[in-house]
Design a protein around this ligand. Sequence first.
Ligand SMILES: Nc1nc2c(c(=O)[nH]1)N[C@H]1C(S)=C(S)[C@@H](COP(=O)(O)O)O[C@H]1N2
Ligand SMILES: [Mo]
Length: 317
Amino acid sequence: MFIKRKRGWEIPESEATPESVFLNRRTLMAGAAGLIGASALPRIALAEERPTSDLYPAPRNEGFVLDRDLTEESVAANYNNFYEFGSSKSVAAAAQRLEAWPWSVRIEGLVEEEQTLDVEALIRRMSLEERLYRFRCVEAWAMAVPWTGFPMADLVALARPLSSAKYVLMETFYEPTMAPGQRQIWYPWPYTEGLTIAEATNELTMMVTGIYGKPIANQFGAPLRLIVPWKYGFKSIKSIVAFRFVEERPMSFWEELAPQEYGFWANVNPDVPHPRWSQATERMLGTNERRDTLLFNGYGEWVADLYEGMERERLFA
Ligand SMILES: Nc1nc2c(c(=O)[nH]1)N[C@H]1C(S)=C(S)[C@@H](COP(=O)(O)O)O[C@H]1N2
Ligand SMILES: [Mo]
């Protein structure tokens, strides 16, 4: 495939998408055809009734303050990565086919007892709060949004992992009839991601169930997704169906596709460029304001000590 060399900041996001690294010409053309269809779709409004609507808005945790304005809801809700519904950013309409209620999640692997939990019941059992977080995609766009959810540490406590468990692997649903992107067989479906137990139980790590003071809309990964704000966005897996506690470091979706570009750690760092573009700055969705990228996306105070003594790992890619 012909790749025109440009400096990092010149690379348009259409070229900076992870897929351009491995897709051949035939699949690129198929993708382009999909894109034309998607761009003709209307912009999607948010927030119909959900079974958990009565829980929102949840009280805000004022311990997390932003250094920038919140991204407008209609902007964030119409610019998403959710490859299960297509590889364009305009997947909001397609994602309305996601059947997010009812939903259950499995807790399995190295735990005292494997369990299947109903997500509505799980959400009602947890204490929900709102947090304003920065969010930084590896493609160099960023937003700042009010997530609602609960600490992942509370889910890990409920799971009761054995001491032999070192990592938690998370998995998205696999339903190609509902999610047309999953018929694209060159991707290693289902989408998976992983964290160490220390990362999963860090204070910042959230299981997200709502956004903008309402139950989470489908395109953001309803009914339950991960948010790890100090890592590139691809780590924040959507629409989770399983949490598997394991001993070995798990392989994830993007790492399997392009290990040189999307590693396991993926901590945000302005000084470590992606192999094909700079990470020094980011573009805020909506305003297009350029801002300097922050080390650990500005969350070093919470997470830097997780990585002490690990200098030999590829922590930032
Ligand atoms: N299951 C699943 N989770 C996913 C993705 C995806 O395609 N499928 N995309 C990831 C990427 S690359 C980003 S940047 C964020 C985007 O989240 P948002 O659309 O809510 O902003 O979700 C992440 N989680
Ligand atoms: Mo991303």
